[in-house]
Design a protein around this ligand. Structure first.
Ligand code: ZN
Length: 102
């Protein structure tokens, strides 16, 4: 199998796992969501992918970031950034306003 083909399949797997994780989290199954998050993380590492979906996974503890549960989002109007904080390990990421908008 060609490398591109493998990457395409990996990307599809990530998308599927992402949906599953979101659903699990919505149903309050945080542990399951975390397992999906870990899988997504590993697939991305192995195939060198940097999908948008990866933002929803904590870079340090690899847990699933669900706003209001494991993720705290604050906006800093003065600095034009959005602050994402993992409520498990406290890891902080900052994103500029523009990039957060879709
Ligand atoms: Zn974390």
């Amino acid at each position: 199998m060609k490398k591109e083909e493998r990457k395409r399949i990996a990307r599809e797997r990530v998308k599927r796992l992402f949906r599953l994780a979101e659903e699990a989290s919505r149903q309050g199954k945080q542990e399951r969501a975390d397992r999906y998050a870990e899988l997504i993380w590993r697939i991305c590492l192995r195939h060198n992918l940097r999908p948008r979906e990866r933002r929803r996974i904590c870079r340090r503890c690899h847990c699933w970031l669900q706003p209001g549960k494991t993720l705290r989002i604050r906006t800093r109007a003065d600095k034009q950034v959005v602050v994402w904080q993992c409520m498990r390990c406290g890891f902080i990421r900052r994103y500029p306003y523009r990039k957060v908008k879709k």
